[in-house]
Design a protein around this ligand. Structure first.
Ligand code: AMP
Length: 408
């Protein structure tokens, strides 16, 4: 049972439920460990991948603090695409054909040899933005240039993976694992491209929904057996425990499921979609995960649908922030609607007293979630609520869940 909640560094959204520690950076492992020790917390749940890659989980465990999130070795599955691909090959996980490069000419030669569309990915952490789906040679050349010559993602893009472009139904499969037991959570689908009709650059997500009626149960089971369990077995075989969340982006192709990538934490919009349709107590699940107590735990099938619409700013998904803080209006109106919940993302508190408000800090600013009897209903309600919220440079997709066939 939750008695006290603290957030590092937190924002005005979680600030409604938690004590915030804005002076502690989310990247400062020493400071986070010191704070957790001082507060004598029972559990630390790590949201983003970067502190896990840096070894936050190892450090907390050393201090006897339970942590839901894998060790630095575990987090490499997300921290390096090359590492993940090598693991997939070793564990015989089905994935797209690939090669790694750090030289433009060598990468170009391979792309010419392969022919057809390809996907170019920065090796390191890029917050979901270092992936370029290239349908033409010109696009591939541009992506190679951005990564290897212009170093748009710094050291994260110094090495790249070039892989075969796959077609099919893409879905996110997330499991909780305590190192021994694997508990699959709800399957979610999401929209990755920034613009309407799947146009524009890849993002870390413009919207999500569940349930995923486009897939048979058997296909999902196959993806867990072929795509998730062998990766976890590989960790075990090499003497490393993987404890926490493992979330795989899977392409369900004509020849079966293929893993596009692994993440060592929840996807933001994916988990928002899940929690809106989940009856189980998420805190209890995360605590059981961290304390190796998941035996016998199962998650009931969702009985309602949920949808998420992300509101981003004009420069998204560029990393640099171009706009000044923009006041956000209409939050209270949206939050008042039945079956709607708004999650604040990249925002900051503005003003004081009666002028107190929330301002957009660029990027993915907030997400509007809604539930309904069907995906269509949930998506329509989320769009209705999203329309009430305004800020300078606001951008969103009006066709979230189109791939579920709801606009047919
Ligand atoms: P990733 O971060 O590797 O999951 O890539 C981000 C997004 O790019 C995915 O969610 C897909 O929509 C797309 N993508 C990545 N790899 C491929 C691939 N091999 N074929 C087609 N689309 C891909």
């Amino acid at each position: 049972m939750l008695t006290e909640l603290h957030a590092v560094p937190g924002n005005p959204g979680i600030g409604e439920h938690a004590t915030l520690h804005p002076k502690v950076s989310g990247r400062d492992i020493d400071a986070i460990t010191a704070l957790a020790t001082k507060l004598e917390v029972d559990l630390v749940v790590v949201g983003p991948e970067a502190p896990l890659v840096d070894g936050l989980s190892n450090r907390l465990k050393k201090h006897g603090i339970a942590c839901c999130g894998p060790s630095a070795a575990g987090a490499r599955i997300e921290g390096s695409k090359v590492y993940a691909k090598e693991l997939m090959d070793r564990a015989q996980v089905p994935t797209a054909r690939w090669e790694a490069f750090s030289d433009v000419q060598a990468a170009l030669a391979a792309i010419n040899r392969w022919r057809g569309p390809c996907v170019i990915k920065a090796d390191g952490c890029t917050g979901g933005r270092g992936v370029f789906v290239c349908m033409t040679k010109v696009q591939a050349e541009k992506a190679l240039h951005a990564l290897l010559v212009d170093a748009q993602f710094g050291v994260s893009g110094r090495r790249i993976v070039v892989e075969e472009y796959l077609q099919g139904i893409e879905a996110s499969i997330t499991v909780l694992t305590d190192g021994t037991n694997v508990v699959p959570l709800h399957v979610v689908r999401s929209e990755k491209r920034r613009d309407l009709n799947d146009q524009g650059p890849n993002t870390d997500g413009m919207g999500a929904w569940l349930p995923v009626e486009e897939l048979y149960e058997q296909q999902v089971e196959e993806a867990i057996e072929a795509g998730i369990k062998p990766a976890l077995a590989d960790y075990r075989e090499r003497g490393m425990d993987y404890v926490g969340v493992l979330y795989a982006d899977v392409m369900f192709t004509k020849t079966g499921p293929k893993v596009l990538e692994y993440n060592c934490r929840f996807g933001e919009i994916e988990v928002q979609s899940m929690v809106r349709a989940m009856d189980e107590d998420l805190l209890d699940l995360l605590h059981r995960t961290a304390t190796e107590n998941l035996e016998g735990v199962t998650i009931a099938e969702p009985t309602i649908a949920s949808a998420v619409v992300a509101l981003v700013d004009a420069s998204y998904p560029k990393l640099e922030r171009t706009e000044a803080t923009a006041a956000i209006a209409g939050l209270a109106d949206a939050a008042e609607m039945d079956d709607v919940e708004v999650f604040l993302g990249n925002v900051e508190a503005t003003g004081k007293g009666k002028a107190k408000g929330v301002g957009s800090n660029g990027g993915r600013v907030l997400t509007v979630t809604a539930t309904g009897a069907t995906v269509e209903e949930a998506a329509a309600l989320a769009q209705e609520a999203a329309a009430l919220i305004t800020f300078d440079g606001k951008h969103s997709r009006s066709d979230i869940a189109a791939a579920a066939g709801i606009f047919a």
